[in-house]
Design a protein around this ligand. Structure first.
Ligand code: EPU
Length: 430
């Protein structure tokens, strides 16, 4: 398994370009199953999870033509309606093929994802919504067997009120509804910008979708969708991650970092918290500049919640910032029940953090010192990289495959900014 070795204490300076958003790309790729025509997707990030989704689609019979940052998908000869355990277990977002397959083909066999490092993450809301649309769903040998029993095998529109706000749940139901007979209303819908990006693709494919970005999405089903071409939105979590990395280093060592090709208006809560923590930010429509203001960071309290509030996917990175700020700050995680696994690893670097229920109480320390740490999930890894950038000495971060799932060339981008960071190829271990 590869490791990253970070020599901390370097000044970061320069411009970093943001890649396409993982969490927009994955549902958009799954949406290719809704049509026999070609869907062309550009600004596609080069990520392990994107590769997994493309492999899954290919296995089903989708033709995938890929060149740099762009893919052409054609699902005109689907031979298998199955998402098997070996792929789903490596990427929960595989569940996103369920809605499109059921809507277009009237049946699907998708492995249940099972638990994951950050929480149980059930998919009961996906199931409940699709059942309301006329699907019969059973679980056999770890697989969801879904079938539309109605004549013609077509889902029917329904009014669905989800029990909680779910991002991929909303996406699955929105995609399924595009080909259903009649109108579907999704109440309590997630409002994340990635849902708007997916809705834009569906609309470009001919779907009738209104209200994406609000908590009430209305989809008027039609019989077929056609091809389209779409550029994936910039990754707001990658943007926030580089802002935290820049903020942590600039406040100590000076320098100035510009994050380019971003969409600042999708990051309001993160930008507010960074400013509250004492970071100077200048935004224009597609870039954000982080510069030193001669003052130490003061940190900020954070409570994760659904968009537009502070994202759970930025919690670990912000915690790394609070670790080296002055004062004591509280970070409360409300979305996932087990998303504090980075705390122990940050403590190995000298951070002072106590956990009380779903709140981490972070007492800023003047310095962190390098150590061997272990990445436990994608965003936890990013938090460790930020902490390592400001720690004295070398930090070795093991299990970096987590980082590769969701960050395109993170070490190359950081090196270009002046960080000293290198990848060490490791032997596979158990
Ligand atoms: N939940 C249920 N039942 C469901 C669906 C969700 O109980 O049927 C619960 C979950 O267990 C969780 C909460 O509802 O406690 C919210 O989960 P959600 O369904 O919104 O999460 P997700 O769709 O599985 C997406 C992102 C995650 C991100 C979350 C929250 C993708 C592919 N993944 O997951 O991204 O953390 O929304 O914003 O869009 C990441 O990129 O690192 C990542 C984990």
């Amino acid at each position: 398994m590869d490791k990253l070795v970070v020599s901390g204490g370097r000044r970061l300076d320069g411009t970093v370009a943001i890649s396409g958003a993982k969490n927009a790309a994955l549902p958009i790729l799954a949406a290719s199953l809704l049509t026999a025509d070609t869907l062309e997707v550009s600004n596609l990030p080069t990520l392990h999870d994107v590769g997994t989704m493309l492999r899954l689609l290919e296995r089903m019979g989708t033709t995938v033509e890929r060149d740099d940052g762009r893919v052409r998908l054609r699902a005109d000869a689907i031979a298998s309606l199955e998402a098997s355990y070996d792929l789903v277990k490596t990427m929960r977002a595989s569940i996103l093929v369920l809605g499109p397959m059921l809507a277009r083909f009237g049946e699907a066999r998708v492995s249940l994802p099972g638990g994951c490092a950050i929480g149980q993450r059930p998919v009961d809301q996906h199931i409940k919504g699709l059942q309301a649309m006329g699907a019969s769903i059973t679980i056999e040998q770890g697989y969801l067997l879904a079938k539309v029993e109605r004549a013609g095998g077509r889902l029917k529109g329904a009014r669905i009120v989800t029990d909680m706000v779910t991002v991929t749940g909303t996406e699955n139901l929105m995609m399924a509804a595009t080909l259903a007979e009649g109108t579907t209303v999704i109440e309590n819908a997630a409002r994340e910008p990635e849902i708007v990006d997916l809705a834009d693709v569906l609309i470009a494919m001919g779907a009738r979708v209104a209200g994406a970005g609000t908590d009430r999405i209305v989809v008027e089903g039609i019989e077929t969708l056609h091809g389209a071409s779409h550029a994936v939105m910039p990754d707001r979590i990658e943007t926030g991650t580089f802002l935290c990395a820049a903020a942590a280093t600039v406040s100590r060592h000076g320098g100035e970092v510009v994050v380019r090709g971003a969409r600042p208006r999708t990051l309001d809560a993160v930008l507010d918290k960074l400013r509250e923590a004492g970071v100077t930010l200048d935004c224009d429509h597609d870039s954000i500049r982080v510069r030193a203001n001669g003052h130490a960071l003061v940190g900020a309290n954070v409570r994760t919640s659904e968009y537009p509030a502070f994202p759970t996917d930025m919690q670990a990175q912000f915690m790394a910032l609070d670790c080296v700020a002055s004062g004591t700050n509280r970070i409360t995680e409300t979305i996932f029940e087990n998303r504090f696994m980075h705390v122990q690893e940050l403590s190995r670097l000298g951070a002072s953090i106590e956990i009380e229920g779903n709140t981490a109480i972070v007492k800023g320390v003047p310095r962190l010192s390098g150590a061997n740490v272990m990445a436990t999930d994608l965003r936890a890894s990013a938090g460790l990289v930020i902490a390592a950038l400001v720690a004295d000495g070398d930090t070795t971060i093991d299990r970096i495959y987590h980082l590769d799932r969701g960050y395109q060339s993170m070490e190359t981008k950081l090196t270009a900014l002046g960080a000293t960071i290198r990848r060490v190829a490791g032997r596979p271990s158990c």
